[in-house]
Design a protein around this ligand. Structure first.
Ligand code: SF4
Length: 386
């Protein structure tokens, strides 16, 4: 609510030509942290392809100081995720311990190739933390064609065999199997992606039998000219309605495999694709408020949104932003500048934005005269991932 109060005061000062209110402590509640740009796969559908395996890397001590500074100023959670494979960072386990020592919620999105590293961090994770493996296939053959692991002998069988071992160490956090649905006609640059719709059920069965808590289905995203990740179902080979119907039927059959302790999840943008409502979520307000709540920290710099990793005009600062009090102030000033200058209604007009509803809700709240004291606060559900 402090953010809404500040935005209201800022807008009314600007309308009335008064001095602007003081800049509040704008630090994100949650960050996506790309620990490394190194990756040991060459996935045909990878949206971060252009920024992988770069020479840039974090300075470890500075990165720890950044986490400490952000946690002290209100950050609640960190997702170790894309732009590289987090388990390949040499200090991965020690870094996860550092985050947990700071009482942060922690999540890891991994390609699954280093089950030994995931098992190593398992003792430090708690209820509310999670690990999700990006596997996207049900058979070893499609797994290898889609992901092209650098160790060619790596199979889905081998990856899934780690799950019961990790669960035995610590069953309190969630372990998920992520499946990006790809279709014929989808491309990354000039590379045609391998279709996997026919493996939706097989993957679900595999995830359930391996001991995952859930399988999550999402649609394939491509890089748009603006640099953002966008869903482009128009490029499906075959009639859109027929391909969507195949996906719908497969996901419905996958649902039949649910049982206590194992569920099938559909991402918001997959639901939008299947309801043919995805265009509704491409109409954004001019100001993206999510930029102040969730940011991306990577060896390429700090960015306003996971859809804009590595994109120059979405950059908030260097890889060492927030390393101390002065730098945290720079971060707040840059966040304010992007709130003013990053026009989401234009830049994100092709993005099926998952935060579309949140952004419009905040925008309407800021523009309304509803007293903030009358807004009912929900209890803290200890879920600070955004
Ligand atoms: S409007 Fe959505 S896609 Fe665009 S920057 Fe904001 S959160 Fe990211």
């Amino acid at each position: 609510m402090r953010y809404v109060e500040w935005q209201r005061a800022l807008r009314s000062a600007r309308r009335e030509g008064r001095p602007e209110p003081a800049l509040p402590e704008l630090v994100p509640l949650s960050i996506n942290l790309d620990l490394t740009t190194a990756c040991n796969y060459r996935c045909d559908h990878c949206i971060d392809w252009d920024i992988l395996n770069a020479k840039v890397k974090f300075e470890e001590e500075t990165l720890r100081a950044q986490m400490t500074e952000l946690a002290a100023r209100g950050m609640r959670s960190v997702i170790l995720i894309g732009g590289g494979e987090p388990t390949l960072h040499p200090g991965f386990t020690a870094f996860v311990r550092h985050l947990k020592d700071l009482r942060l919620q922690v999540a890891v999105v991994s390609n699954g190739s280093r089950g030994d590293k995931l098992k190593e961090i398992a003792p430090y994770l708690e209820k509310g933390d999670w690990i999700r493996l990006s596997l996207d296939s049900g058979s070893n053959e499609v797994f290898q064609r889609m992901h092209k692991p650098s160790r060619e002998s790596l199979t889905l069988d081998e990856i899934c065999a780690w799950i019961p071992q990790i669960k035995r160490v610590n069953p309190r956090f969630e372990l998920g199997f992520s499946f990006i649905i790809t279709w014929k006609g989808g491309t990354r640059d000039d590379v045609k992606v391998v279709e996997n719709i026919h493996e939706i059920e097989l993957a679900t069965q595999r995830a359930r039998d391996a001991g995952f808590d859930y399988i999550a289905f999402k649609p394939f995203l491509e890089r748009a000219e603006t640099g953002s990740g966008v869903m482009d179902p128009q490029k499906m080979e075959g009639r859109l309605a027929e391909v969507v119907a195949r996906i719908r039927a497969s996901v419905d059959r996958a649902r039949g495999l649910e049982r206590p302790g194992f569920v099938v999840r559909e991402s918001t943008n997959l639901r939008m694709l299947m309801q043919n409502s995805w265009r509704d979520f491409t109409r954004q307000p001019r100001v993206c408020h999510m930029q102040s709540l969730r940011q991306v920290l990577s060896p390429h710099g700090t960015f306003n949104c996971p859809a804009y990793r590595g994109v120059g005009y979405a950059r908030l600062g260097g890889m060492d932003l927030y390393k101390d009090a002065a730098s945290a102030q720079d971060g707040a000033a840059m966040t304010k500048a992007l709130l003013d200058n990053f026009d989401a209604s234009e830049n994100c007009k092709n993005v099926t934005c998952l935060y579309n509803g949140t952004n419009w809700w905040l925008e309407q709240l800021i523009e309304s005269d509803t007293p903030l004291a009358t807004i009912e606060m929900v209890a803290d559900r200890r879920d600070a991932f955004l």
